[in-house]
Each structure stands twice: as structure tokens, then as C-alpha cells.
Design a protein around this ligand. Structure first.
Ligand SMILES: [Zn+2]
Length: 312
């Protein structure tokens, strides 16, 4: 692909040859107000090749499917996020299966378990709030477990990789995966914040670990130390856009959302990679190459963007 004149002195020009993969985001999020052309254009310009766009409830699954149809970069992912379980309809399972079966290249996620919201219901309500006041109760633990197991079964039966959200429940999640069903192609522990002691056991089961840009914050030292210990072939980078804003040095691009809040975007991926390269003492080139390989191993063989099928 002709990317125009470049100069070796221009770091963005050398980054332009690298390919970046966003292992986890929520491009369908309503805070983006449908500015998808702008978001995808900016991501393309800096070399973002693919992104896993995670649905979180029945309401947003159609938007994820539409984005996958419109943009070859998008790998559509469908799942019930633990925060939204109370909104499920009696037909959630059939609806999920229908989206998975009829959307080319679909994977499963974001599913998961979350004890943090049960321990911090007021903070959770504030996060969920948006423009409309929200007074709901966090979904009970038993419901969370049964929903995560049902969705793992659906993924395992179809041989699909899964993206998992987990807050303050890593020990129990490990048991659930050890007892099965555990998806054959593997799973991403998105924005991994679990203990270092569990890394090898999750990895043995097929686990990958998502590094979010927000972990570059110098105050997140504990999480940074955990990422030092993760086998490099199980590491992935994610933006979790529009959330998990990287520190100022690592966010060349931001959007201003509806309430004036700043939104993280996939175009920040190269700057997040640069931060992680520095943190792990690797060159940007070797880190990026390894992460691309990891991404393809877990997600990438499923769908080839049409522009890559065109000859030189
Ligand atoms: Zn997410």
C-alpha cells in the first residue's frame, strides 16, 4: 500500500509500516455518537489493521454487526457483559446464537464475572449513569456465574475464542474454566488485573492477557509488574475505547464526548505500544511483530479484510 512520502526522521512515518491490532474495544458505544468514519480513518492512518469490537447486551449487538459489515477492520464479538445482565430478555440465548451464526467471523465476548460491582454498588451506578439517572442493582453472583458458564458453553460448542471481563473474581473464574467448558481456541482476559500467581494457570488453559493503555499510568505499578511476568506470546494490547484513557504521553488522539468528557480511541494504539515497548525493554518493532502474531493466533484466522485479498 502506498502511504505517501516518508522520512526516516519522522517517527510516525516509521510507525506507519507497523501493523497494530486492538484486542478489545467498544466502538459501538453511544458516547462515540456514530462518528465511526472518523474513528476508523484515524486508526487506518496510524496502521491499525484489525480490532475486536465487543458487544455487551442484546441492545448493542445489532450495532456491532453493522460495524463489522461496514468496516473490514472490525471483528464482531457478541456476549452479555456482567454489568448488563439484568437487562436480558427471555430470548437472550437464541438471540446471541443467531448473531454468532449469521455474522461472518463472529467471536464471543464480552462476558464475565465481577465482584467489584457487588462490593461498590454506588460507584458502579455512577459508571453506568450516562445522561439518564440509573438506580438499578448489580446482578447477583449466582446469575453472573450461570450466565458466564452458559456463554462459555455456546463458545466452546462453536470453537470460538472468548473475551472475558473479570474484576475481583479471578480465583473463581479459574475454577470455572478448569471445570469446563473452556473454549478450544483460547480466551482473552481483557485488561488483566489479576494476581501474578494465576498467570501460568490461566495460560495453561489457553489464556491471553490484555494490556490496556491506562496501565501505562505510573501509579499502576502493580499491574505493570504483573505484565512483566506474562509470557510474551500470550500478551495482547487493547484500548478498551472509549474507556481506559492512557496517560497524556500515550494518547495523541482523543475525542470529546457528549458531556465534554474525553474518549479514548483506537488510533492511540501505536503510542500505547511504544509505552509498553519501553516498559518491557523491547524494541517497538519486535514487540509489535510478536503481538500481531499473538492476535492472529487467537482471533485472526477467522476473517481476512477484503483489501488484503487484492494483489499488489
Ligand atoms: Zn470492555
Amino acid at each position: 500500500m502506498n502511504r505517501g512520502p516518508s522520512s526516516l526522521k519522522d517517527p510516525s512515518a516509521s510507525q506507519g509500516r507497523l501493523r497494530f491490532f486492538d484486542a478489545h474495544n467498544h466502538l459501538q458505544d453511544e458516547r462515540f455518537e456514530g462518528r465511526w468514519d472518523e474513528l476508523i480513518d484515524a486508526a487506518r492512518t496510524v496502521g491499525v489493521e484489525r480490532m475486536v469490537v465487543n458487544g455487551s447486551c442484546e441492545e448493542d449487538w445489532p450495532v456491532v454487526a453493522m460495524l463489522a459489515e461496514r468496516f473490514p477492520e472490525v471483528i464482531p464479538s457478541f456476549g452479555y457483559h456482567p454489568w448488563y445482565l439484568e437487562e436480558r430478555t427471555t430470548a437472550w440465548r437464541e438471540t446471541l446464537i443467531r448473531w454468532l451464526d449469521r455474522t461472518p467471523g463472529a467471536v464471543v465476548g464480552e462476558i464475565g464475572v465481577d465482584r467489584w460491582m457487588l462490593e461498590n454498588p454506588d460507584r458502579w451506578r455512577r459508571y453506568r449513569q450516562g445522561a439518564i439517572p440509573f438506580a438499578g442493582k448489580p446482578p447477583e453472583w449466582a446469575l453472573q456465574e450461570s450466565m458466564v458458564i452458559s456463554q462459555l458453553e455456546i463458545a466452546a460448542a462453536r470453537g470460538l475464542p472468548v473475551t472475558i471481563h473479570c474484576l475481583r473474581a479471578f480465583g473463581r473464574l479459574l475454577e470455572i474454566l478448569e471445570n469446563g467448558p473452556c473454549p478450544g481456541p483460547g480466551f482473552l482476559l481483557h485488561s488483566y488485573g489479576g494476581p501474578v500467581e494465576l498467570v501460568d494457570r490461566f495460560a495453561e488453559l489457553g489464556g491471553y492477557f490484555g494490556f490496556p493503555g491506562s496501565a501505562l499510568d505510573p501509579r499502576r505499578q502493580r499491574q505493570q509488574e504483573v505484565f512483566h511476568r506474562i509470557p510474551i506470546e500470550r500478551l495482547l494490547v487493547e484500548t478498551d475505547a472509549p474507556d481506559q484513557m492512557p496517560p497524556e504521553l500515550h494518547r495523541p488522539s482523543v475525542l470529546t464526548g457528549p458531556s465534554g468528557s474525553l474518549l479514548n480511541v483506537p488510533a492511540n494504539l501505536p503510542a500505547i505500544h511504544a509505552g509498553l515497548a519501553e516498559l518491557t525493554g523491547r524494541s517497538l518493532e519486535s514487540l509489535t511483530g510478536q503481538l500481531a502474531e499473538n492476535f492472529h493466533r487467537l482471533f485472526g484466522s477467522l476473517r481476512v479484510p477484503p483489501r488484503l485479498q487484492v494483489g499488489p
